[in-house]
Ligand binder design. Structure first.
Ligand code: FES
Length: 156
């Protein structure tokens, strides 16, 4: 049996009584099935693939995100990165923690990147990690294979 919306096939489990279960596949809009939402352990990056490319998918307090697997600094393994927040610029002897669940830290040299934009926190380096659009459809997590391109900054 084929789901019209997703263009994917109901699994044998579904036929045996697990309604709504779908096999991995590509939806009509090009988004690829990653996993069920409850299979994402909070703050643990899950290695996956879209468009034949390795990505990491993670659920945090800030949402569900998909990132490229390679750090723009020296190619560190971003799927092994830690999900955190970061320290904001602040006054002397003042410590302001912010962006909880919105930042991934590369395990090699500790550069931080925003999960939403891929940009380096504070502009520490020019490169970005890849970011991909995620869509949670019911209980299923889908991801686009097209990398989100950052918007250019306008000259002021
Ligand atoms: S390789 Fe990622 S911070 Fe250096």
């Amino acid at each position: 049996m084929t789901s019209e919306r997703l263009g994917s096939t109901v699994t044998a489990d579904a036929a045996a009584g697990a309604p709504g279960a779908v096999t991995p596949g590509v939806a009509d809009d090009g988004f690829e099935y990653i996993c069920e939402l409850d299979e994402l352990v909070p703050n643990k990056i899950r290695r996956s693939a879209v468009g034949g490319r390795e990505i990491g998918v993670v659920r945090t307090v800030a949402g569900v995100f998909a990132i490229g697997s390679s750090c723009p600094h020296q190619g560190g393994p971003m799927c092994d990165g830690a999900i955190k927040g970061t320290m904001e610029p602040s006054d002397r002897n003042e410590y302001v923690f912010a962006q909880e669940g919105e930042v991934v830290t590369c395990p090699w040299h500790g550069y931080e990147f925003e999960l939403k934009t891929g940009a380096s926190v504070g502009g520490a380096i020019l490169g970005r990690i890849g970011v991909y659009q995620v869509d949670v459809r019911g209980t299923a997590v889908f991801c686009s294979s097209k990398r989100i391109r950052p918007q250019r900054r306008r000259a002021e």
